[in-house]
Write a protein that binds this ligand. Structure first.
Ligand SMILES: [Zn+2]
Length: 248
């Protein structure tokens, strides 16, 4: 098939953001980024990251009778944090791990030059499109020297194989996440998009991440971290990493 993005929608400031950094979220369907990492995207936006979301399909094969709404809903959702959104036109439910899929992800990596890449958990056995999107993103992002951090999100269903090792405090960004997920009127009724389900997950991960604190009012998103590069300066407030990394 020829690839014809149905909604290339640069929203907000985009690009590299005022910090000179960007994050690229590569997912299979509209609403995947919102459920898995929208609080994290919002927190990165807050510190000046350009935020880019790519959905490889339009989600048109959803069981929802209003699946056709998802493209418009995704645009509204991205606008909550001024993210750049592109919805590609691969077949929903039939996303294949082939040359064209890899090439598409590579194009978006080249276009956005991210330091952080977020995608699906692979091996989760929850949805074939998630597996494909995750594999393509991990493979291509892993080759990019500029990518400092690669994270994989918690699956919405069948997450018995999900073992997180990276947590992001999204307490201040839960309103953004709920507002974004709330745009998907077409998906209402699915158990994992319910507000209480989202709060329950985020509260549970807060308890895992902050084992010595009262966490009833705190929220976290959880990830599998598959690549990380660290400059110790990043851990010290007020210091920044060297502009250019020394050659090994
Ligand atoms: Zn999905």
């Amino acid at each position: 098939m020829t690839r014809d993005p149905v909604a290339p929608e640069p929203a907000g400031e985009g690009g590299q953001g005022v910090s000179g950094q960007s994050v690229l979220a590569v997912f299979a369907h509209p609403d995947d980024a919102e459920l898995g990492c929208f609080g994290t995207l919002a927190s990165l936006r807050e510190v000046g990251f350009g935020v880019h979301i790519v959905s490889l399909t339009s989600g048109s094969s959803s069981s929802s009778p209003h699946a056709a709404w998802r493209t418009a809903e995704a645009k509204e959702s991205a606008s909550v944090i001024g993210a750049n959104l592109v919805i590609e036109n691969f077949v929903d439910g039939g996303l294949e791990l082939k040359r064209e899929t890899y090439a598409c992800v590579a194009e978006h990596l080249s276009r956005t030059n991210p330091s952080v890449v977020i995608t699906h958990m692979t091996g989760a056995q929850d949805h074939q499109d998630h597996e494909t999107a995750g594999m393509a993103a991990l493979t291509m992002a892993g080759r990019c020297t500029g990518v400092k951090l690669i994270l994989q999100t918690e699956p919405p269903l069948m997450n018995n194989l999900f073992c997180p090792n990276f947590y992001v405090d999204i307490t201040g960004f839960m309103p953004h996440k709920l507002a974004a997920v709330g745009q998907y009127v077409s998906e209402r009724g699915k158990p994992y998009v319910a507000e209480q389900a989202i709060r329950d997950r985020a509260t549970w991960w807060a308890r895992q991440a902050e084992t010595h604190e009262v966490t009833d009012t705190r929220y976290y998103e959880a990830f599998r971290m598959t690549k990380a590069k660290l400059h110790p300066q990043w851990l010290v407030p007020g210091l920044s990493a060297p502009a250019q990394e020394p050659l090994a």
